[in-house]
Design a protein around this ligand. Structure first.
Ligand code: HEM
Length: 135
């Protein structure tokens, strides 16, 4: 009974509703392509390492667990808090806005299963990014 309840919760999770890992991977590929190529995100790009391949793997992994899917990132990083993990980076209003804007565009431009939940994710992720700004 308990397993049935749990799988019901998983089936309705934002992770499942947007289309699972392939969709989150596609969103993140688009997000880092935008960050890499659009001069509007130059400040944000400059804060990251030259090679974005680790981030292209880690962000979808984090988003999967965050959205109610497989928790690999959280299991690999027990007790790690995304907000405090970003504390060493000099995140200001401008770079937080760049992150939020690139993510909103990436989600809008990705072909996915449930637009309503995807828009809600874009909204919450934007708020999370802006919550990391310290000036
Ligand atoms: C507010 C704007 C943000 C800035 C400027 C920023 C910047 C960074 C930087 C510089 C890194 C280190 C990667 C590298 O050196 O190449 C990083 C790692 C990371 N960021 Fe952000 N970030 C922001 C917001 C977010 C948000 C909102 C999330 C999640 C929704 C996120 C998820 C991650 C993840 C998963 C990692 C890798 C963590 C790991 O080591 O597993 N970031 N971020």
């Amino acid at each position: 009974m308990r397993d049935a309840e749990n799988s019901q919760v998983l089936a309705d999770s934002p992770f499942e509703r947007v289309g699972g890992h392939p969709t989150l991977q596609a969103i993140c590929e688009r997000f880092y392509d935008l960050m890499d190529q659009d001069p509007a995100y130059a400040d944000l790009r400059a804060m990251h390492a030259p090679d974005l391949s680790m981030m292209r793997a880690l962000l979808p992994q984090f988003l999967a667990g965050w959205a109610g899917g497989p928790r690999d990132w959280f299991e690999a990083n027990p007790g790690k808090c995304m907000m405090s993990m970003h504390a060493p980076f000099p995140i200001g209003r401008q770079t937080a806005d760049q992150w939020a804007d690139a993510m909103t565009r990436a989600i809008a431009e990705t072909d996915l299963a449930d637009r309503e939940i995807a828009n809600a994710m874009a909204d919450v992720l934007g708020r999370m990014a802006r919550g990391m700004a310290r000036e």
